[in-house]
Every structure is written in structure tokens, then in C-alpha cells.
Design a binder for this molecule. Sequence first.
Ligand code: HEC
Length: 154
Amino acid sequence: MTMPAATLRAALTTAVAVSILAASAAGHDAEAQSPLEAIESTEKGELKNPHSGDAGAAEEGHKLYMAAGCNGCHGGTGGGGMGPPLSNQVWVYGDDDDTLFRLITLGSDDLQAAGYRRIGTEAVVGPMPHAKDIVKSADDMWKIVTWIKSLHEN
Ligand code: HEC
């Protein structure tokens, strides 16, 4: 006995619709999680950069860095200005991905309120504003971190 064509078509349509919904829900979660949500849902020290070492992501990260206005304080190539250089070997709170992600998202005051201390001293010492309202997704934030790390690859 064969399945009537109409029943088969209905079953297929439902299956396709369900898989499209599932795919867009998954994509939504991965891409639209905000930097703050990523921080709030992850233990200190456990944030992992999905783009680590990816040159293409670093290039996108540089565009996002410019678009977010980070260059106003850190310079277009990260050499510093009103803010400390990102391209030198001194790191105020540390150079691991987790710390950089939290610093940029929260800004230095909230980072310190979360228990972080200055461990390195740059020539410029001052508060860094938070970027949680400027950089919309955790994914974009990771690309910015990837670009900053790429300044240190050579
Ligand atoms: C108004 C100026 C200003 C803006 C805009 C700004 N920063 Fe900063 N940034 C600072 C200052 C000042 C510090 C040092 C903070 C401290 O000493 O606690 C800093 C520190 C940093 C550090 C750590 C540097 C080190 O040597 O350890 C990183 C990374 C960084 N900023 C990235 C960014 C990114 C990415 C953006 C854009 C989303 C940004 N900053 C926007 C002023 C700024």
C-alpha cells in the first residue's frame, strides 16, 4: 500500500518547516547573543574565542573596531593615543581572550567591580568606557578581540 500523495506532501512540508525553524533558532542563538549575555552565562576565565587565529575574522574585527569608535582612543592601528596602545607588550588586566572580552564589554570600572585588578601599567592610565551597547553581538566582540590578538602574532 502506498501513501496518498496529499498526505506525503503534507508530511514533507511539515518536516521542511520544522527543520527551517530549528535552523533559524540555532543561528539566532549563536549570532545574536549579546556580549553581556555571554559574560553573564559564563564562569570567569571560561569564555573561549571561536575565531582564535583566524585572519579573515581579524580583518572583520578591525572594521568593527573602527565602526565602534575604538580608534578614537586607541588609534586606527591600535598604536594608542588618548588610550593605551593595544599593540605593545603591556596588558593592564591580562592578555587572555576571556579578560579582553570582559574588559571591552564592561569597561574598566565594571571590570574592576567584578574583581579584576590592574596588573600592568601603561603610560596612559584612565577609565575605559564599556562597549556593551555599541558592539551588538558576542560574535562581533570576538572578532574585535581576534584583531587585537593578531597585532601580536609576529
Ligand atoms: C574614551 C577612550 C576609549 C575608548 C573609546 C575605548 N577605549 Fe579601550 N581603553 C581606554 C583606556 C583609558 C584604557 C586603560 C584602562 C585602564 O587602565 O583601566 C583602555 C584599555 C583597553 C584595552 C587593554 C589595553 C592594555 O594595554 O591592556 C583594550 C584591549 C581596549 N581598551 C580595547 C578597546 C576597544 C576594542 C574599544 C572599542 C570597542 C575601546 N577600547 C574603546 C580608553 C578607551
